[in-house]
Design a protein around this ligand. Structure first.
Ligand SMILES: [Zn+2]
Length: 200
């Protein structure tokens, strides 16, 4: 059998509506609250568009707020289970900058902004990306209770593990707004309108 037998690459790509959603967003959002508000807004639209779960993320320069990349959960639209918002945003940021290390010497510091605490997969992805700040709308068990997504076996001291590696964690930046998105998602779920894609 010749290699590759079937596929030699796969793609995690943003859906087309994201560009339209960003049309009125400036290149930089100096106020962190505005960055968090943007990920909540993208998360709210993402599940309605059928791309995946109610999750969004962005990578920005921590100081200036220049947006380097955004990501949404694209598991349903791509069929790739690793296509979470954080992985998408980090990968697009690294592709744009041509650097695997977003914290490399001579670069501005970068932060990952997410509408909820990362799952066990994205915990690792965020940790290895070179970001120096993780900014979260919220964290806690509510995401699993409301959305029914399994976030995996996160260590109890997950935030401390980031801090130990020089990654500052800012939590609870817009928790109620994030929960409002999850509640709307849950209502659609209870009405049988959407798919939750936990593989097991
Ligand atoms: Zn994830």
């Amino acid at each position: 059998m010749q290699f590759p037998p079937h596929a030699s690459s796969f793609q995690i790509a943003l859906p087309g509506w994201v560009a339209a959603e960003l049309a009125d967003v400036p290149d930089a959002l100096p106020e962190r609250q505005h960055r968090v508000a943007l990920v909540n807004r993208l998360a709210a639209r993402n599940w309605r568009e059928g791309n995946g779960g109610p999750f969004a993320a962005l990578v920005a320069e921590a100081e200036t707020g220049r947006i380097v990349a955004v990501g949404v959960n694209v598991v349903l639209s791509t069929g790739i289970t690793s296509g979470h918002a954080e992985v998408t945003a980090l990968g697009l940021a690294q592709a744009r900058l041509g650097r695997w290390n977003l914290g490399a010497e001579g670069m501005p510091e970068h932060e990952l902004v997410v509408n909820w605490r990362p799952c066990v997969q994205c915990y690792g992805a965020a940790m290895w990306s070179g970001i120096t700040t993780l900014a979260l709308a919220g964290s806690g068990d509510e995401v699993e209770e409301l959305t029914t997504f399994d976030e995996g076996p996160m260590p109890e001291n997950w935030a401390g593990e980031f801090e130990r590696r020089g990654i500052r964690v800012l939590d609870g930046l817009a928790k109620e707004d994030a929960l409002a998105v999850f509640r709307e998602y849950r209502a659609a779920l209870d009405a049988g309108k959407i798919t939750v894609y936990n593989a097991r």
